[in-house]
Structure formats: structure tokens, C-alpha cells
Design a binder for this molecule. Structure first.
Ligand SMILES: Nc1ncnc2c1ncn2[C@@H]1O[C@H](COP(=O)(O)OP(=O)(O)O)[C@@H](O)[C@H]1O
Ligand SMILES: [Mg+2]
Length: 384
């Protein structure tokens, strides 16, 4: 049901809201067949009469506009002032309140889908796939999720940075399991990542150099479907033991990357956006070109295989506004994409490089640093 809309007694309201909140509002309003402006009106009316509400994360907001009955926004602003919060925060809380009071009519998924699968991909090297996937996995584990971190890059940076040796070229490995060339259980290869508040919640599957041959072997495999399904088949036996499986992808667009993208697809019965791909990028033009190529690859897989793949968001890494216009305008461009959203902006900081140097997890080396906090923000946003 849509309420009659008379522009003469409504006024335009513009605010900055995070993309995920805007999206949730859009989706929920559609599910309930409501106009967004009526939903926000209801939320605002209820919010200004309600007791102070919990703060909503409004980081990374971009422009949102709607129409409210004339005078309502002034009343909301007044309440914001007495509560000592920004107008954006007030509106965000009003929308949250409406969302919480108007739950989704969708039935909950019936099937248990195993671990949530998050891959960090970008064929460009040096953008932060390894650091961000490791940091986010640590943050997820710190919040109590059993998390498995997969080093899927034959260069093994992740494995080495966490202070572990790479698997021997002749030993069993993920690639051999994917190709059906290994005996034993994949779980035998896992090692615990120790230290910090995540201890006993985080494991690593170390890399092996044999993964350099993976693309070629997948390409020549007689089993056609294996090109996409190999990673899923290999990891399937581990899934029930973990709540999150986080994959640090290689800097390539080959078949290994296809198997990773396929692995993070939204499975039947799985809520949208619970698994998917996060793309670490830099605030510069070459990152935008790289993203275009990755995006095309994802779209091709979606069409060829008739599957859903959720782009969970960007992490703009190594951001330094002192680099001037190139950095700031490029960050604006990432933000303007809107969907997928920018999950977080990671400043260029010494913590990350130092952690690599001393071969310690970031959240152990600098648990109270800004960089660790950003990792927690990304973890929170993808697990919301
Ligand atoms: N936010 C950051 N601040 C400073 N250095 C960083 C940051 N993120 C990553 N680095 C460093 O940049 C280099 C490349 O990052 P890495 O995560 O290995 O990228 P990728 O996996 O995409 O190749 C590494 O030496 C890493 O320690
Ligand atoms: Mg890497």
C-alpha cells in the first residue's frame, strides 16, 4: 500500500547515511510494499517520542534524500540537539527504529549452509588483500566466531607473515586436494594462529608453491565443472567446523580465482550478503581499472553459471589524504559507486608493516591501534 503523496505538504530532507542502512531500508520497504518516505516518516515520528536509542554506525555515509511532512524534520532536529547527536545520527536512528519495528516478512532460510565464505580478491598486487583478509579474520575470531583463514596465493605471503612455513612442495596441500591428488584429510594441514583475544578461534591453511600450477591444471582438467567447483569440493569437509572461511586470493584472474568466486556465491537457502567477495582497493585510478576487469569476470560467472555472487564491498586501503586531489577524488569515486559500499577506509599506517616485520598478527602486535580498529569495523559490517 502506498500512501497518497502530495508534494505541497512535504519537504525534501537530505542526509548522509551509510550505504548498508540505505540498502536495508530500500529492501525492507520493497518487501513490505511501503514507500520509503512513509517508512522514514513513521520512524521519525516514533523516534522523537521514544527514549534515547543506541548509536548507529554512520561511517562512510553518502547522500540520501527523502520527503517528510513539512515541519517533521525540524522536530527531529530539535530532539537531536537535546540528545547531543548529529542530525544524520538522528535520522539513522529513526530509520533503524523503523527497521526494527517492521521486520522482514521473508521466511528464515530452511537449510543450514555451513560456514559463511568471504573471499578477498583483486588481481592487482599490493593493494592489501593479504593484510585486510588477515586482519578481518582476526577480528571475526576475536568476536568469538570460529574462523579459518585460507592462504590461496602460491606466493604464501599470508603464511609467512603469520610466522608459519609454507607447506612442502611434495606434501599434501589445498591445490592437491582440489585436483584430487592428495590422500588424507585437508584438516590435517591446518595450524592454529595464536595470541590475542582470538586464540583458539582462528586457524590457517598454509600455502604451498604447487598452487602456481593450479590454473594450468584446472584448465586442462577433463572434468569441466571442476574449473569452478574445485575449491568448494576441497573445503566442503571443513565447513561445519567453522562459522567463517576467509580466503586470501592470488593476484590473478585465472581459474583459481574463478573457483574462489564460485565458492563465495550465495547458496540456495542462504541469506543474501552473508557470503561474498570483498575487494581491497587503493585510492588511485589503476585500482578502478583493475576493479572493472574483476567486475566483468564476476558478471561472466554469474551469467554463465546462473548463480548469485554478492559484492560485499570495497576496503579502500593505504589511504593518505596528504597525497592530495588524486587520493581524495578517487576515494569520492569509490564512495559514489554506492553499491557495493565502501566498508572502510584504512589509513596508511606503520602498524601493518611492523606486524609483518615481526611476523605477528596485526591484532596481537597493535591491538589498540587504528588499523586494528578498522579491521574490526569491516568484520562488524560483513557479519551484520
Ligand atoms: N594500511 C596499510 N598501511 C601501511 N602498509 C600497508 C597497509 N596495508 C598493507 N600494507 C603493506 O603493503 C604491502 C602490500 O599489502 P598486501 O596486503 O600484501 O597486498 P596484496 O595481498 O594485495 O598483494 C605489504 O607490505 C603490507 O604490509
Ligand atoms: Mg597478497
Amino acid at each position: 500500500m502506498t500512501a497518497p503523496y502530495d508534494p505541497s505538504d512535504r519537504e525534501k530532507v537530505v542526509a548522509k547515511l551509510p550505504a548498508d542502512l540505505r540498502k536495508e531500508l530500500k529492501v525492507r520497504a520493497a518487501e513490505l510494499d511501503r514507500d520509503i518516505q512513509d517508512a522514514v516518516t513513521e520512524g521519525a515520528e516514533a523516534w522523537r517520542k521514544a527514549r534515547p536509542r543506541p548509536e548507529v554506525d554512520t561511517a562512510g555515509g553518502s547522500s540520501f534524500s527523502t520527503y517528510l511532512p513539512t515541519g517533521l524534520y525540524d522536530k527531529v532536529k530539535k530532539v537531536c540537539k537535546t540528545r547531543g547527536i548529529s542530525y544524520n545520527q538522528g535520522l539513522a536512528q529513526a530509520i533503524r527504529l523503523w527497521l526494527d519495528s517492521n521486520p522482514s516478512p521473508r521466511p528464515k532460510p530452511l537449510r543450514v549452509t555451513g560456514a559463511r565464505r568471504i573471499i578477498f580478491g583483486n588481481q592487482k598486487g599490493g593493494v592489501g588483500k593479504t593484510s585486510v583478509s588477515a586482519g578481518v579474520a582476526q577480528a571475526l575470531a576475536e568476536s568469538g566466531y570460529r574462523t579459518l583463514l585460507i592462504d590461496f596465493d602460491p606466493q604464501g605471503h599470508l603464511t609467512k607473515q603469520l610466522g608459519y612455513p609454507m607447506l612442502d612442495i611434495d606434501s599434501a596441500s589445498l591445490a592437491k586436494h582440489m585436483l584430487g591428488e592428495a590422500r588424507g584429510d585437508l584438516s590435517e594441514l591446518l595450524v592454529p594462529i595464536k595470541g590475542g583475544d582470538f586464540e583458539e578461534h582462528l586457524w590457517l591453511l598454509p600455502a604451498c608453491k604447487d598452487a602456481f600450477l593450479l590454473d594450468a591444471k584446472l584448465a586442462t582438467s577433463r572434468n569441466v565443472r571442476i574449473k569452478e567447483t574445485a575449491l568448494e569440493k576441497a573445503l566442503e569437509p571443513l565447513e561445519q567446523a567453522y562459522e567463517y572461511i576467509v580466503v586470501d586470493c592470488p593476484p590473478s584472474l585465472g581459474y583459481a580465482m574463478d573457483t574462489a568466486i564460485y565458492y563465495c556465491r550465495t547458496r540456495e537457502g542462504e541469506e543474501p550478503n552473508t557470503s561474498g567477495i570483498v575487494v581491497p582497493v587503493l585510492a588511485e585510478d589503476s585500482s578502478a581499472d583493475a576493479y572493472d576487469m574483476l567486475y566483468d569476470q564476476i558478471q561472466d560467472l554469474i551469467e554463465d553459471l546462473n548463480i548469485d555472487i554478492a559484492l560485499l564491498g570495497f576496503v579502500v586501503n593505504m589511504y593518505d589524504s596528504r597525497k592530495g586531489y588524486v587520493a581524495t577524488s578517487s576515494l569520492d569515486e569509490w564512495n559514489n559507486i554506492g553499491e557495493p559500499p565502501v566498508l572502510a577506509v584504512v589509513p596508511e599506517l606503520k602498524d601493518q608493516r611492523e606486524a609483518v616485520r615481526v611476523k605477528k598478527p596485526l591484532l596481537v602486535h597493535a591491538p589498540y591501534g587504528d588499523q586494528s580498529d578498522v579491521m574490526r569495523t569491516v568484520a562488524r559490517r560483513i557479519s551484520a
